[in-house]
Write a protein that binds this ligand. Structure first.
Ligand code: UD1
Length: 422
């Protein structure tokens, strides 16, 4: 449970280093279920989503050893997790399904609970496992899969990130070759493919719409440093643009952020890439049109922080959310600060450029919570951001500290308590 206090800030300036990507690390940790040899992941970010997944993996029989921010994991005899409560707390926990099934021929997992940002079904994950030869039994609240996996052809009706990862994590140990068509192309998928290949897998086509996997009898251990977090980097860039700041991001990968960087450029700010990092300077003034899409389109995870930025842009900005059906909850909270936003189904119209006034608002979900922290930076006076479910700390390692190091006045009070994850 956390309460943040954010005071109006004139201008952000300075440098920050970008942490490792949460969405890259989570599937890598699940790959520990694929081999008895140790895998070591470097620079693991300190996030509650990582801790929750480690608890789940530990229930699955994975041994975990920590050395600073380096984690080493290995599993002699993996098994299905027993506590449904933990799985229901976090959607990415469904990624234990593919590797457990491939390694042991059996997996039973609780169905991830409905998440605040949409229904988020797992039908594409199950369709993929069936194509690899698994029998699927759905019971209320859980799913059981069994069978010796063989290669297969999978077509995803939508390029789902999670389904592509789960199928990859299964196909690497299936007998024969697998083809995943309409696969997700996110940088996190390319990273997972590179990591699995370091473990001895044979995957080609990662990052394109068709991925080929030649199944292996066994995989071995490896040491790996995952990619930096493009969403954390984008969130800091939005904060800088909102305050007419000058911020240097160290360790970001601009090549993973093209759609966002083009949109930021359209607002009028200047972006410069150099060996030192990615620098944003100048004033964001022009309203924008954003349509969220699968990669390389504009990421849905950046929609909320970008909406916070649009509050500072004079004129009407338009947001079309095509990935999740309920991802404008933060707009209601922005209105509490005085923002002028109209929602029509999956479209949000933001009439920006008006003064905002600090008040008490809530963190509605992970990215929505971060967007509210950004909004507080430009609201007059003090904004109190309530985050009883701990959404922000799920996916940002010390966001208040990063903003403080750039000159913002953001404090946090942590009250110990049970967290409820979406
Ligand atoms: C991942 C990211 C999340 C990001 C999302 C979209 C992680 C841990 N999370 O989530 O931050 O917002 O990608 O970029 O990496 N769908 C189905 N059936 C399925 C699976 C998905 O209909 O079996 C739908 C979802 O309801 C949603 C869309 O596909 O509308 C995208 O979901 P997906 O790409 O699977 O997102 P996640 O992997 O859950």
């Amino acid at each position: 449970m956390a309460t943040y206090r954010i005071r109006h800030c004139e201008q952000l300036s300075g440098e920050v280093s970008i942490h490792t990507a949460k969405n890259a690390v989570l599937p890598l940790l699940c790959a520990a279920l694929l081999t008895r040899e140790p895998i070591t992941i470097e620079r693991v970010p300190m996030l509650t989503d990582v801790e929750t997944l480690l608890e789940i993996l530990s229930e699955c029989g994975v041994n975990i050893s920590r050395n600073g921010d380096e984690l080493t994991l290995w599993s002699d005899e993996p098994q299905s997790p027993t506590s449904e409560n933990l799985l229901a707390r976090m959607r990415a926990s469904v990624l234990v399904m593919g590797p457990l099934l491939a390694r042991t021929g059996y997996a039973r997992v609780a169905l991830p609970g409905g998440c605040a940002i949409g229904q988020r079904p797992i039908d594409l994950h199950l369709k993929g496992m069936q194509a690899l030869g698994a029998e699927v039994h759905l019971t209320p609240g859980s799913v059981t899969l069994q069978g010796t996996l063989h290669g297969g052809n999978v077509y995803l009706d939508f390029p789902s990130v999670g389904a592509t990862e789960n199928i990859l994590l299964a196909a690497v140990l299936a007998k024969g070759s697998t083809r995943i068509e309409n696969a997700a192309k996110e940088p996190e998928i390319i990273d997972l493919c590179a990591f699995l290949n370091d473990m001895g897998a044979k995957i080609s086509g990662g990052g394109t719409g068709t991925i080929f996997v030649e199944g292996r009898e066994s995989l071995h251990g490896c040491t790996y440093r995952p990619i930096p977090d493009r969403i954390e980097a984008g969130t800091i860039l939005c904060a800088s643009a909102m305050t007419e700041g000058s911020v240097l991001l160290r360790g970001a990968r601009p090549d993973h952020m093209r759609a966002l960087l083009f949109k930021l450029g359209e607002t009028g700010v200047t972006l410069r890439e150099s060996p030192a990092g990615l620098r944003l300077t100048g004033r964001a003034s022009q309203p924008i049109q954003v349509r969220t899409l699968a990669y390389p389109g504009f990421p849905t995870d950046m929609q909320a922080p970008m909406m916070a930025l649009s509050l500072c842009l004079r004129g009407t900005s338009v947001f079309l959310e095509t990935i999740f059906e309920n991802r404008f909850m933060h707009a209601r909270e922005m209105v509490r600060l005085g923002a002028n936003i109209r929602i029509e189904d999956r479209i949000a119209l933001v009439n920006g450029g008006h003064a905002l006034a600090g008040t008490t608002v809530s963190s509605t979900d992970l990215r929505g919570g971060a967007a509210m922290m950004l909004s507080g930076l430009v609201a007059e006076g003090e904004t109190v951001l309530l985050d009883p479910a701990g959404h922000i700390a799920r996916g940002y390692e010390n966001l208040p500290g990063m903003l403080r190091s750039l000159g913002a006045d953001v404090t946090v009070e942590e009250i110990p308590g049970e967290e409820i994850h979406g």
